[in-house]
Design a protein around this ligand. Structure first.
Ligand code: CAA
Ligand code: NAD
Length: 301
C-alpha cells in the first residue's frame, strides 16, 4: 500500500519519498519531522512491536507540537496530527520499502556488522540515484559503508534526541560523498526545519565528540565515589546551564546506545582511559535497564 502513496517519478528533482529504517527513539522522530514537512515516509523495523510503539509515540509527540502551533484551535491541531500520521506508512520489509525512496535514513542499532548488512540490502534494492544515509552516533561512515559499490550517494544525517525539538542536524560527508549528495542532504535538512552544520567523517562528528566523553567522565567521577549521580546532575544543570545532567541524559539517550558507543570507541582507542569499560554501565545494560525507554536506567521512571 505504501508504494502507491509514493510519487511515480523515476528521476528525483528533490527528496519527496523518505524511507527511515529503525523505528526506535530516533527513527520515529525522523519519520515524524519528515512527515510534518509533507514528505512521504515509510518507517521500517524488523520488529513489528517497535512499529506499533513508534506509532503511538509519534502520535503523542505530534499532538504536543500541534498544541504549541495552534494553541486555541482544536480543529487545526487535529488536522495537523491526522495529516502527519497519514504521511507515514510502516513496513517490516527493507527491500520493498526502499524501491521508490529518494532518501534512505538508517537509524537501527549502533552495531557496525548489523549496519553493514543492512546497507548491502538497501543498495541492492534501491534506485541508482537514491541517497543513502546513516544516523550513527559514533561510527565512521567509511567503516559502515565499506562494502557499498557507489559511495558517492552515501552520507551522514545525524539528528538529536528528541528529534522534533532539537534544532540541529549534522550533515556528514566522507571522502567519496559527492557535492551533489551533500547539497541534497543539506536541502532535505532545511526542508524538515533543521539548522545544519557540516562535519567530516570523524568519530562522534562535532556534538558527540565533545558531549560523549563528558558523559563518560561523569560516570568515572561517580564510580570513583567522588559524588553521587544526583549531585553531579544538579551540578551540571545549575553550574553549567545544561538542560539535563549527564546521568539524566544517558537515560534519555539509552544506556544500550551509550554502551555501544563506549565499547566501539574502546576497541578503536584501547589506550584512552575515558573509553575503558564502565562496571556500572555494563551492569545496568546486562540487567535490561536501558534508561527511560525501559522504565529504569541510572534512575527509575
Ligand atoms: N516531542 C515533541 N515535543 C516535545 C518532546 C517530544 N518528544 N519533548 C519535549 N517537547 C517539547 C515540549 O512540548 C515543550 O514545548 P514548550 O516548552 O514549547 O511547551 C518543550 O519541548 C520542553 O519540554 P518539557 O517542558 O517537557 O521538558 P524540558 O523543558 O525539560 O525539555 C528537553 C525537554 C527538550 C528534552 C530538554 O530537557 C533537553 O533539551 N534535554 C537535553 C537533550 C539533549 O541534549 N539531546 C541530545 C542528546 S545527544 C544525541 O541526541 C546524539 C547522540 O547521537 C546520542
Ligand atoms: P533504538 O534502540 O531506540 O531503536 C533501534 C531500532 O532499530 C529498534 O526498534 C530495532 O528493532 C531496530 N532494528 C535493529 N536492527 C534492525 C534491522 N536490521 N533492520 C530493521 N530494524 C532494525 O535506538 P535509537 O536510540 O533510535 O538509535 C538508532 C541509531 O541512532 C543508532 O545508530 C544510534 O547510535 C543513533 N542515535 C541515537 C541517539 C539517541 O539519543 N538515542 C541520537 C542520535 C543518533
Amino acid at each position: 500500500t505504501f508504494a502507491r502513496s509514493f510519487s511515480a517519478t523515476a528521476v528525483r528533482n528533490k527528496v519527496n519519498n523518505v524511507t527511515v529504517i529503525g523505528a526506535g527513539l530516533m527513527g520515529s522522530g525522523i519519520a515524524q519531522v519528515s512527515a510534518n514537512a509533507k514528505l512521504n515516509v515509510v518507517l521500517v523495523d524488523s520488529n513489528e512491536g517497535a512499529l506499533k510503539k513508534a506509532h503511538s509515540s509519534i502520535e503523542s509527540s505530534i499532538k504536543r507540537v500541534a498544541k504549541k502551533l495552534h494553541a486555541d484551535d482544536a480543529k487545526a491541531q487535529e488536522k495537523l496530527v491526522a495529516e502527519t500520521i497519514g504521511k507515514i506508512n510502516t513496513s517490516t520489509n527493507v527491500g520493498d520499502s526502499v524501491k521508490n525512496a529518494d532518501l534512505v535514513i538508517e537509524a537501527i542499532v549502533e552495531n557496525i556488522e548489523i549496519k553493514r548488512k543492512l546497507f548491502a540490502q538497501v543498495e541492492e534494492a534501491a534506485r541508482k540515484d537514491t541517497l543513502i544515509t546513516t544516523n550513527t552516533s559514533s561510527l565512521r561512515l567509511e567503516d559502515i559503508g565499506k562494502n557499498l559499490k557507489d559511495k558517492t550517494r552515501f552520507g551522514g544525517l545525524h539528528f538529536f534526541n528528541p528529534v522534533p525539538v532539537m534544532k540541529l542536524l549534522e550533515v556528514v560527508r566522507h571522502t567519496e560523498t559527492s557535492d551533489k549528495t551533500f547539497n541534497e542532504l543539506v536541502d532535505y535538512g532545511k526542508s524538515v526545519g533543521k539548522i545544519t552544520v557540516a562535519c567530516k567523517d570523524t568519530p562522534g562528528f562535532i556534538v558527540n565528540r565533545l558531549l560523549v566523553p563528558y558523559m563518560f567522565e561523569a560516570l568515572r567521577l561517580h564510580e570513583r565515589g567522588d559524588a553521587s549521580m544526583k549531585d553531579i546532575d544538579i551540578a551540571m544543570k545549575l553550574g553549567a546551564g545544561y538542560p539535563m545532567g549527564p546521568f539524566e541524559l544517558g537515560d534519555y539517550v539509552g544506556l544500550d546506545t551509550c554502551k555501544f558507543i563506549m565499547d566501539g570507541w574502546h576497541k578503536q582507542y584501547p589506550d584512552e582511559p575515558a573509553f575503558s569499560p564502565s562496571p556500572l554501565l555494563n551492569k545496568l545494560v546486562d540487567a535490561g535497564k536501558t534508561g527511560r525507554k525501559s522504565g529504569e536506567g541510572f534512575y527509575k521512571y
